[in-house]
Each structure stands twice: as C-alpha cells, then as structure tokens.
Design a protein around this ligand. Structure first.
Ligand code: ADP
Ligand code: MG
Length: 454
C-alpha cells in the first residue's frame, strides 16, 4: 500500500480539497460546486490508500457527472485538475470512440492510455531516485575512457590515481565538455512494423516493436562524441540498468488501478438525442455507452504491461446535455455516475472577471504579447464592462458558446492594434469604452455580420 502513496510524495501528500479549489480558482471563475466535487473525489483517492483493514476494499470511487452548457469551464476544470494531481489522469472525448467492431478507437484504449501514464509516472519517480547515483557512475565511466585504469605496477597506479582525481575535478568543473571520448552505445534495433497499427496490437496486449526487439540482441556501436553529448547517452544507459523495469511495471499497474482518473468529456454526445433512434448514428452511440458500462462497473483490460481492473478507477464525465438529458443515457450508465454537479451559465459579471482575473486571462495574454513590441497596454474598467456585455449579448442573440465568445470578441477588438503594433513602439495604449464601441459596434448591430465574425 505504501508504495502507491510513495509515488505522490510521502503519506497523505498532495493538496487538501480547499487547496485544490484555491488552485482551480486561479484559472476558473465561479463553478464552486463542481470544483468542490472534483476536489473531494481527488482527495478521496489519497484517503482510500491509507484506510486500514478490509473496509478499504469496499470503498469504491464515486464517479461524477458534470452537467453544464457549452463554454462554462467543464473541460477547463479537468485540464487544470490534471496538472494539480499526482494521480495518473487521462482526458478523453467520448465521441472519439465507436462500438466494438466499428472503425475507430475502442473504449478500452483509454485504460491503456491510463496505464501508460502510470508507468511513466513511476518510471520518472524511479529516475529521480537513482539520478544522483547514476550521475556518479557516469562520471566514473567518462573518467575510465579518459584514463583507462592500468592494472600492474603499484607505483604507476599511485600516480594514475592522482591524475584521475585531477581529471575528476576538471570534469566536474565543466572544463572538459568539448573533449572527444569514445563510448559504446547500445542501440535497440526497433524493427519497423507497419503492417498492423500499434493500436490494434495494443488491443491484444502486445507491443510488436518490443516483442521483436526482444528477440534481436541490442547492437553495440562505438561512437566518438564530445563529453557534453556523450553524458546524456551514458546517463540513459546507466539509468536503464539501475531502474528495475519489472518493479516499475507492477507498481505502474497498481497505481493505474488504485489511483487512476479518467475524464470522459462530451459524454452527452453519445446519449440518444431525446427521441428513440433507430439505425444511423444512434445505434453506434448506444453501443459506445454499452461498451463504456463495464469499464465503469469494473472489468479487466489487457494492456501491453499486463492486465488491469478498472474497479477502482475514478471516472469524471462531463457534457453540455443541450440536445439530450442525462436520463437519455442508458440507465445502467446513469447509475454508475452517482454524483451530479451542475455548472452554471456565465453572466456578464462573470465575463468581466474572466477577462481579467485568471492567471491566463485574455487581457493578460494581449498585454504580454504587446510588451514584446514595447507597447504598454491597459484596459480600463469601462472597457472591460463593455466587452463583457457585448459578449454576453452576442451569446443571447446568436449562439450561446459561453466564455469562448470572449476569445473571438477580444481577437476582433485587438486586431487593429495587433496589426500595427510595430509602428507604435514605446507607446502606452489605453483601451476605453469608446475604443471598444468604435471597433465593435458596427459588427454587433448587424446580426449577419456578428454571426460570422464574432
Ligand atoms: N468559469 C470560467 N472561468 C474562466 N474561464 C472560463 C470559464 N469557463 C470557460 N472559460 C474559458 O472558456 C473556454 C472554454 O471553456 P471549456 O471549459 O472548454 O468549456 P466547456 O464547458 O464547454 O468544456 C476556455 O478557454 C476557458 O478558459
Ligand atoms: Mg468541453
């Protein structure tokens, strides 16, 4: 058990729910409920690992369904969450999958992605652990090539030792980086197998390249390289020797099983669109749902690293559900998504905040871009208010695309300045309400124009 937690630091490491929410707040305005739910779910992953006794086996993750209109932050929450968590995390779009037997990706590929991710995480953790030792070994190996150890003659051995020490000092000081040395490079011959797609092979839990290269002995080549270029190659080879891949494989599989999170975006797109569909895409959608169900219920999936069960993988599904309702999902699947959170439509006031507050806010992005041209850009409050209202109105009159609208409005607003920026070097430009109306009013008033431009 402790091995699993180790990967993410020691004991109950990682962020607490309030800390997770605080981190999400840096990028996403509002949507408190959704942030809380995912924060709790994330933390419960950690907690479960530390539960003592049999009850631990009984604790299953409570999958989440996030429901909210387009462009209000569903995908953004998952993207940011992925960066915060020390759990293996993959994000997939339900629309990418097709029913088994149809052309497209089968749903199990998301579990294989999760396992790949987990293996990478464990391997990286191992590399960090052996890094220092590996660097020392590399230094010795380089010294060996610079100054082969002579065996006989104790007297010469003594002076050789001294020379080696001097060389070591120089090497560590970085004085020998340009020197050429000859090293032996092990090259795994990776046969080009293009007959089958790797994805197809994955489905059978086989890595064709791995399999064939396992049969062929690695080819050893001598290469003359500068020390600076040889070092990373030697480092890789030493690390490969120090890291026990079998151990990494086993821990990676368990990490994926016990701590994995799969974010299933666009789940509404595989729900039947309200009315009963017969034939056409409806069949395939239902098929995808039926394929998804065992994953959420807990099933075994073969991967190239071994078999994993999905019983304890946490699924967070999200969808706009404007053409369909959660109740259009097949009942068994609904039952597997017990926690429902709604994300709210964004108001003009939210838009004002979104324009300015997030770390990656659009106004900050344009300011950063123009700083490069030597232009100081400022948006005054009234301008922000105007932009937010224009975006909000456009969402009401044309299609409601949520905060995505801000990007198109801002792009249009900034077009002129962005185009002529190089001729305005050194200027301070203040965007005020008048400038916003001047640039955008004509387009906003003409619904045909705004539909195409904004
Ligand atoms: N609540 C929000 N706070 C800040 N930015 C947001 C918010 N909602 C959406 N955005 C921005 O709008 C864009 C689309 O949001 P996204 O999360 O992809 O929408 P969806 O809910 O359809 O998945 C992103 O670039 C995101 O930064
Ligand atoms: Mg989305």
């Amino acid at each position: 058990m402790s091995i699993l937690v180790e990967v993410s630091g020691d004991k109950l490491s990682g962020l607490t729910p309030p800390q997770i929410v605080a981190e999400l707040d840096k990028y996403i305005v509002g949507q408190k409920e959704a942030k809380r739910s995912v924060a709790i779910a994330l933390r419960n992953r950690m907690r479960r690992q530390l539960v003592e006794g049999d009850i631990r086996e009984e604790i299953k993750p409570k999958n989440i369904l996030m429901i909210g209109p387009t462009g209000v932050g569903k995908t953004e929450i998952s993207r940011r969450l992925a960066r915060l968590t020390t759990c293996p995390f993959v994000k997939v779009e339900a629309t990418k999958f097709t029913e088994v037997g149809y052309v497209g990706r089968d749903v199990e590929s998301m579990v294989r992605d999760l396992v790949n991710m987990a293996i990478d995480m464990v391997r990286e953790g191992e590399i960090l652990r052996v890094e220092e030792a590996a660097e020392e070994i590399v230094t010795e190996e380089i010294l060996d090539t610079l100054l082969p150890i002579s065996e006989s003659d104790p007297e010469r051995e003594e002076s050789a030792k001294k020379t080696r020490e001097k060389l070591r000092e120089k090497l560590l000081a970085g004085d020998l980086e340009e020197r050429y040395i000859e090293i032996t490079v092990e090259e795994q011959v990776i046969p080009q197998v293009e007959v089958f797609s790797q994805d197809g092979m994955d489905q059978m839990g086989i890595d064709m390249g791995d399999m064939l290269s396992g049969l062929l002995p690695p080819s050893r080549k001598k290469r003359r390289l500068r020390i600076r270029d040889a070092r990373p190659i030697l480092f890789e080879q030493v690390v490969d020797n120090l890291v026990n891949m079998e151990d990494v494989r086993q821990r990676g599989l368990r990490l994926a099983e016990e701590m994995g999170i799969i974010f299933l975006d666009e789940i509404d797109k595989v729900a039947a669109g309200g009315r009963e569909e017969t034939g056409g895409p409806g069949v395939s959608r239902q098929g995808v749902q039926r394929d998804l169900l065992p994953l959420l219920e807990g099933t075994s999936v073969r991967t190239r690293y071994g078999t994993v069960t999905t019983e304890n993988v946490l699924f967070i599904a999200a969808g706009a559900f404007n053409m369909s309702k959660p109740s259009d999902l097949i009942p068994e699947l609904q039952g597997r998504l017990p926690i429902r959170v709604e994300l709210h439509s964004l108001t003009a006031a939210d838009f004002e905040r979104i324009l300015c507050e997030p770390k990656d806010a659009l106004t900050k992005q344009y300011q950063a871009l123009l700083t490069v041209e030597g232009i100081g850009l400022k948006f005054d409050e009234e301008a922000i208010d105007e932009i937010a209202h224009i975006a909000y109105e456009l969402n009401q009159t044309t299609e409601n695309i949520g905060a995505r609208r801000l990007a198109t409005v801002m792009a249009k607003l900034m077009e002129e300045i962005s185009f002529k920026a190089d001729s305005r070097k050194g200027e301070k430009i203040v965007i005020d309400r008048d400038y916003v109306t001047e640039r955008l009013a004509g387009i906003v008033e003409d619904p045909n124009l705004s539909r195409y431009i904004l």
